[in-house]
Design a protein around this ligand. Sequence first.
Ligand code: ZN
Length: 112
Amino acid sequence: MSHPASHAADAAPPPFDCARCRRNVKGEKPDDATWCAACRQALIARSARMAWIPAVVVAALYLWLIAWSGLLESPMMAFWLVLGAVLAFVAFKVGRRVFFDVLRGRATGDRG
Ligand SMILES: [Zn+2]
């Protein structure tokens, strides 16, 4: 037996009210906080912009540290620079995640 009705249900998820813009959204799936795709994209872009702050701070502190300690003149200078880039990248990723949660918590207001 075939069930063509279930295919139609897959193609069109039920409408929902976005928790941020309060818009009734049809034809897309809410995320785990019931945000529409547009609000989610805006939040991701915003947290990515803010994540540059910790990344730049970490990179500046690290550069200052290796310049101050004389590691920049060492034969392993390239290694230390790559390590610094990795640290800044990790700070960016962590910062983006933290800002994402913080901004979303502030916007919805009712999450623990
Ligand atoms: Zn929305």
